[in-house]
Design a binder for this molecule. Structure first.
Ligand code: ATP
Ligand code: MG
Length: 142
């Protein structure tokens, strides 16, 4: 199988808990490699655009407020089967339903402040990576 790219965010509650290193270690220890990274705070406009598919959901404004409440680490992760592997390492959206040993089980506070984002398909990954990174910022790790 060929390598794949996916987009990851370490969200404000996980940054606040000071567990960025621990989360990156979980990715690296499963064979994913960081091929781009930026530590930043999202503007409201940027967060709204990122979550545009959820704009009619009741939690949209709250989600945007949370995602802009503090700094985040934006990353491109590269590896075999990166999209699905990242989702597996993250665990279910709702930490109450997340499997033992997943990032969300260990670091999410609730279904909104759930520690990490990961693209849900190769197509989403492509859109999300282009939304945050210039092509030249993506390093080859394989
Ligand atoms: P993400 O897109 O962040 O990787 P996901 O694909 O597991 O997570 P989505 O359904 O795409 O989940 O929802 C995007 C984000 O919106 C979730 O990660 C969470 O932060 C928030 N969210 C989802 N459902 C709810 C909800 N019912 N109440 C509050 N926030 C929610
Ligand atoms: Mg999603």
């Amino acid at each position: 199988m060929s390598t794949e790219r996916t987009f990851s965010i370490i969200k404000p509650n996980a940054v606040q808990k000071n567990v960025m290193g621990e989360i990156i270690t979980r990715f690296e220890s499963r064979g994913l490699r960081v091929s781009a990274a930026r530590f930043t705070r999202l503007t409201r406009e940027k967060a709204e655009g990122f979550y545009i598919e959820h704009k009619d959901r009741p939690f949209f404004q709250s989600l945007v407020h949370y995602m802009t409440s503090g700094p985040v680490l934006l990353m491109c992760l590269e590896g075999e089967n990166a999209v699905a592997l990242n989702r597996e390492i993250m665990g279910a959206t709702d930490p109450a339903k997340a499997a033992a040993g997943t990032i969300r089980k260990d670091f999410a506070d609730n279904i909104e402040a759930n520690a990490v984002h990961g693209s849900d398909s190769a197509k989403s990954a492509e859109r999300e990576l282009a939304y945050f990174f210039d092509k030249a910022e993506l390093q080859k790790r394989f």
